[in-house]
Ligand binder design. Sequence first.
Ligand SMILES: [Zn+2]
Length: 700
Amino acid sequence: MSVRTRFLSILLAAGSSSAAAQQTMTGYGAAAAARQREVERDAIARPAPSNASMHSKQLSRETHVAGTPAQLTTASYVIDQMKRWGLETEMRTYQIWMPHPTSVHVSRVSPQPKSLALAEPPVSGDATSSTWQYPTVNGYSGQGDVTAELVYANYGLIEDYAQLDSMGVSVRGKIVMARYGRSFRGIKAREAEKHGAVALLIYSDPQDDGFARGEVYPEGPMRPSGGVQRGSVMNSNGDPSTPGYGSTANASRVAPSQMTIPRIPVVPVSYGNAAELLKYVRGKDVPQTWQGGLSFRYHVGPGPVRARVTVSDDRATKPLKPIYNTLGVVRGSEFPDEIVIIGGHRDGWGPGAADNVSGTVSVLEAARTVAEQVKQGMRPRRTIIFATWDAEEWGLIGSTEFVEDDSLRLGRDAVAYFNQDVAAQGPRFGGGGSPSLRATLRDAARVVPDPNGKGSVYVEWRRANAVADTAEPAMGDPGGGSDFAGFYNHLGIPIADWGFGGAGGVYHSQYDSYAWMTRFGEPGFQYHATAAKIGAVMALRVANADVLPYDYAEYARTIRLLIDPIERRVEDRKWSASTASLRAAVDRLEREATVFNTTRDSVLRGQPAKAVLERTNRALMQVERAVTRPEGLKTRPWFRNLIYVADENNGYANMPLPSVNEAIRTADEALTRRELADLAARFNRAADAVATARASLLGR
Ligand SMILES: [Zn+2]
């Protein structure tokens, strides 16, 4: 069937007021909704597990760390595919200060000297496990050659150092051994250095993702005794030599001594190697909660075991390395200046089948879907960009440089950003994002079938999480930790992300491979294809809407829940600061949004003019920007969005309403009062933007 006849039949169906045409779709008039349903049905049929598997195999053929030649190969692969489908493409290159290791050694000096074999050993049945692997060193580790006694510091959290203090144990001049988990590894590095450690070893305890959790690779999905979690230990986003602006070839650079990066060597080790050191540590017995899963009693030390850690890199000779973002563009037919972006990072620490070939594959299949639709005459009304980012693993670098480089246009024109990071490594759906887009994501999950054949992704999502009839499934808050940060935290652009999870025991290891994926992660690649179907539906739903489908009533209701804990913390401190004006502003936002939603639905029963829609949408795009402060957070100026941020003391935990909560944490009542007033004023401006949108819609 040609597209022209298909569109004709849709128009007839809409005109004949069929049942489908009567159903509502947020932001769409009845005729547009019927047409959109047809576009989405078509889109859902296109992403295919066989294509997903083929792309996955190609993109995970070799370790492709940012800054290595293999990463140019993956960029070329993506560009070639997108060109073949007829997309406009662009490879956007930045020069990143990103040292790569030249040598890494860890040895036990005493008792019984032993040099540890740091590389991950090959395993049978996994072809890429015996190919070149990236050295086991953390991204942005410092250089050094140190020999010292070992101290075991549990997870290396702030409270773990307080515990060590209370036991009379200092890490000053020592090598700290800490386990992964409970915090971002960059915070572990910062705290070890702050407390005077001369090096940090971070290991994957079997209790966290090894044999205590399940069979280990290659018998099962979990981390084997030789498996290593690599990863960056930088705590800021983007190239550390160009804070806040793009790392273009001629950009001015901050000197390494001025960068906020670790100074001490930070090396990740397997639990096999960790045991070679930890089993000889004596000194104080550990608090019971510090005992991990290795088969001996843990001790804190210090010593008597002494270790030597050596790290050197190429920062003196070749610190700048090119990175490659790829963009595939579909120009919108009616509102080409309004941009919907869907992206995922393309770099990994190993073959990266899950992290993040799966996300790249999802973006690719969504891109092919829309490209094929365009060829058949179904061009989206807004511009859609399909992006793959480089160097996410080093600190969200590719996406951050893109956002910083193009911040004026994105701040003005970006309608939404959708992120795909580990899009599929199992069957279990999870999603999140700005509260304004959660309803849209639920709607997309409702129309995409789950591969289990028992209904939609939404139905399976509810079932797997045993969600009560009266509730919606819980969704994640965008604190940070993936490529949406530049869009959301820096510019205040609404975002959503989703993926299908499972047992992930090979995170950031050479064993995150096609072999692992086909045996344990997602053997049939149906969930890869399903992530892409959701991506295509999300992009098209937003790109084709008459009125952008943000729900600022749900947004306001979600924010309101964040005020209660603030009120309790203020009362606990017996401060006179009040949350009343903040509460009033958020209430007003909800009222304005509720009225707007009703007005929108009734106006869309008519035929609003294009200029009316354009003005309305431009006003709606200002709502979340209004709660984004140009000067950023006091603690971190790059973070401008005042709704969510990653907790600066943890990195993984999410801190809501950070300007206020960080003021409370510093016990500064005057600042808390100022931040409450500032936030209330911004929510009032957000409510004003919704009111402007409503007036525009009514032609005022
Ligand atoms: Zn990732």
